[in-house]
Write a protein that binds this ligand. Sequence first.
Ligand code: DHB
Length: 407
Amino acid sequence: MRTRVGIVGGGPAGLVLAHLLHLRGVESVVLEQRSREELESEIRAGVLEQGTVDLLDEIGVGERMKSEGSVHHGVNLQFDGRRERIDLHELTGGRAITLYGQHEVVKDLIQARLDAGGEILFGARGFELHDLTTEDPKVRFETDGSSEELVCDFVVGADGFHGVSRGSIPDNVRVEYERRYPFGWFGILVKGPPSTEELIYAFHERGFSLVSTRSPQIQRLYFQCDPNDDVANWPDERIWEEMHARLDTDDGWTLEEGEIIQKGIVQMRSFVCEPMQHGHLFIAGDAAHIVPPTGAKGMNLAIADVRVLYEGLIEYYESGRKELLERYSEVCLRRVWKASRFSWWMTSMLHRFDEGEDFQYRMQVAELDYVVGSRAASTSLAENYVGLPMENLPRTRDRETAERSAT
Ligand code: DHB
């Protein structure tokens, strides 16, 4: 088997890249370990930045997102018995976020790829990457009990945090930065109407909680928990009691309950791998970096990575130049570190680190009070939350033309 771009991983990063390349006539093959059903049902985050929404729309997969997703122009911060709204729309010159589940994005992308005759191989296993510093890098894998080899011009590792791609960058080249947080998120999906029109991020003595949504019928709630806790310790009544304690306000607002249809615990870590490329291998999304979920940057970052990669690959295929591709890691990492900083900051401001540490608690309340009271601080939160602008990536040819006409 031979293709131009071999993409390991059929999550949002891999699928968006395959579709972008297809629209410019560059063929690729997506290799995915899971089945289509598993991919399409995995519940992950659901907040899309404005730039992500615009990109999905531009590549023709935005129809269901537009009809079923919901656009939010603000978010709420709740602390010290108050709830304050951050007006994202007004503070960012008209930008917003869209609530639409990641697995719905994946469903739309898989459908678009298959409708366009794209190749996605589900259920492939045992990936190994070879000859990455040559012109013919290869992915070896197994499918239906037989061993296969895909020879490519470039290999893209979009195979998540536990995938093999990152480890294929040699140890003496790769530097990994990591921070683990001493808590997790207990997430539930609830059948029932929303309690609030816009998300609530709440800081409370008992810990963080978040009220989000998936649709008018399905709600998504989270609360800070022990990372080693077990869902079995949390019968429904105990979950509702904890959520009410952290969220209900004195003015009579109370959290709507409903039928809990799923429970799970999310681990919290920050992780960045540098560089994000080696020879003809490029890694993207969770394979290269993890952010804690607070602020919902994960999928957005993954899609921003492949947008940069796409520009580099198209420049190469259209003009034979590798300058943009060579800058892939450098360009992506600037955004990655800024999103890592934002996610770390939101996490630090909104979680209880050490019960009984009253000074720390007061600092966090003061920070929240400052954020909601200062236009400068609210704007800083808002512009990061809706997504920093996408990098401007003039093609090398256009840069040279611009430089020539400037001299
Ligand atoms: C959701 C997840 C997040 O991490 C977040 O900050 C907001 C919302 C969600 O799953 O809906």
